[in-house]
Ligand binder design. Structure first.
Ligand code: BG6
Length: 478
């Protein structure tokens, strides 16, 4: 579809940037915070790149005012952050930690004072270790009540000031790593348990949305989904089937359940034949269907291209966590699909396909299938950056990436997509969970590396000045 003229970005478009608690806050054991599963996991040898961890991260907990001042200077109109569950409920439930709650009060108030809309993520992967130990975190149905109580605490405390909320961040990506690839805690590879944990997480997501309706009736809430639109490798029917399988098993399984409260039937039948489908109790599907989100949060980085995978074909493989280009193997599910490089697309040093048109396709597919507004809750480029003399970082590659993806957003708006905003990933540099500090995403460089926290100095990259101009022009000057 070619447009002769493009629609402008709407006046109330959210020009944002994003972060997550574990990746920026640090202060992992300060002011009464409890441990999360990540605080424990990163201490196990070999789990993360060069043993990097978020003990200090970029010390946002202590530098919050400085970071918000930089956001204001840049002209952000939205900032997406997550609350650390064990910072506010050290044991996951029960007594709240007032110092933790007060930190987020200060952050929210500082944002509002600058006219920056807070977008609060309830869960960005930092399950309280206490609940993991007690009943297996997402594997225990008790988490539905505990997560609901935690969310209600935040709705009551911040709902007067925070109107845009994200429920679960990337349940699909996080639990795939946790229960299939063994790369996030609790590091298992068991498909039956994977689908069981997802089913419980869906129910917890639904509980949060139901409580939200009562406690923040004038707010809007939705999950953030890691959406990698599928492409077929060729027009061979076997590749089309592989593509179809990938859409069902890697995308619709989550999106259909969030938005319609139903599992894709072909995928469900396949899992039932193998005894790997989740146990669905009476009332479960009704609870899911009753919790339709207000919008879909879209985390978009790349598309994936699929080809046929025979029953004795390749299984799931670890991703590239070193930045050594070309080191990602083909990965798949025997009998369903496997990934193959897309010869049409350039890739980053971490082998992520750079595909702005894929973002437009993602937005169009979401709109046509679910008829909901979309908030881009993450999009950005993780790359090596070089701090040069005079405190300069010339990240032209990141500007190019973001410019082309924002242009794709404008095409999608012109296609009829109700796009609420764009939160670039990330505001400052962050800890990339498995890739350490060398895979940088920020507009603001943070002077530290894997093991040496140095002075944690903030340095505006070229992309900082570029995004400031984009925002000031309302997206007219990309
Ligand atoms: C998403 C997460 O998976 O993508 C972020 O929500 C993450 O927390 C981002 O940092 C980029 O992924 P990575 O693995 O490069 O850090």
């Amino acid at each position: 579809m070619h447009h002769v003229s493009l629609r402008p970005f709407p006046d109330n478009f959210l020009w944002g940037a994003a972060s997550a608690a574990y990746q920026v806050e640090g202060a992992f054991d300060i002011d009464g915070k409890g441990l999360s599963v990540w605080d424990v996991f990163v201490r196990e040898p070999g789990r993360t790149f060069q043993g990097s961890n978020g003990d200090v991260a970029v010390d946002h907990y202590h530098r919050m005012e400085e970071d918000v001042a930089l956001m204001a200077e840049m002209g952000l109109t939205a900032y997406r952050f997550s609350v650390s569950w064990p910072r506010v409920l050290p044991q996951g439930r029960g007594a709240a930690n007032e110092a933790g709650l007060a930190f987020y009060d200060r952050l929210i108030d500082a944002l509002l004072a600058q006219g920056i809309e807070p977008v609060l993520t309830l869960y960005h992967w930092d399950m309280p270790q206490a609940l993991q130990d007690e009943y297996g975190g997402w594997e225990g149905r008790r988490v539905i009540d505990d997560f609901g109580d935690y969310c209600a605490l935040l709705f009551r405390r911040y709902g007067d000031r925070v109107k845009t909320w994200v429920s679960l961040n990337e349940q699909n990506y996080n639990l795939s790593n946790a229960y299939l690839l063994a790369t996030h805690p609790p590091a298992l590879a068991d498909r039956k348990r994977f689908y069981a944990a997802n089913h419980i997480a869906f129910l917890a997501n639904a509980r949060a949305i139901q409580l939200f309706r009562q406690l923040v009736p004038d707010g809007r809430i939705g999950p953030s989904f890691a959406y990698s639109p599928a492409y077929p490798a060729s027009c061979a029917p076997a590749d089309l089937l592989a593509f179809d399988n990938a859409e069902e098993f890697t995308n619709h399984w989550w999106l259909d359940t969030y938005c319609y409260g139903r599992y894709p039937q072909v995928a469900l039948a396949w899992l039932r034949q193998r005894g790997e489908a989740p146990d669905i109790l009476p009332g479960d599907m009704a609870a899911l269907a009753a919790a339709k989100p207000d919008f879909i949060g879209l985390n978009y980085y790349y598309t994936l291209t699929y080809t046929d995978n025979p029953p004795d074909g390749v299984g799931l493989q670890r991703i590239n966590t070193t930045g050594q280009k070309g080191s990602t193997p083909s990965s798949g599910v025997p009998g369903l699909y496997r990934t193959t490089p897309n010869p049409q697309l350039e890739t980053s040093n971490w082998d992520w396909a750079i595909d702005p048109t894929g973002l437009r396709i993602a937005l169009r597919r979401l709109t046509s299938r679910y008829a909901l507004p979309v908030l881009i809750t993450e999009n950005g480029l993780g790359e090596f950056d070089r701090l040069e003399d005079g405190d300069q970082v010339h990240d032209a590659y990141r500007i190019d990436y973001l410019r082309r993806h924002l242009a794709a957003c404008q095409e999608a708006i012109s296609d009829g997509v109700a796009l609420m905003g764009f939160c670039a990933w990330s505001f400052t540099d962050i800890l990339s969970w498995l890739n350490g500090y060398q895979k940088r995403y920020g507009f603001v460089y943070v002077n530290r590396d894997e093991t040496d926290v140095r002075d944690l100095r903030r340095v505006r990259k070229d992309s900082f000045f570029w995004y400031r101009r984009v925002i000031a022009s309302g997206g007219r000057e990309l």
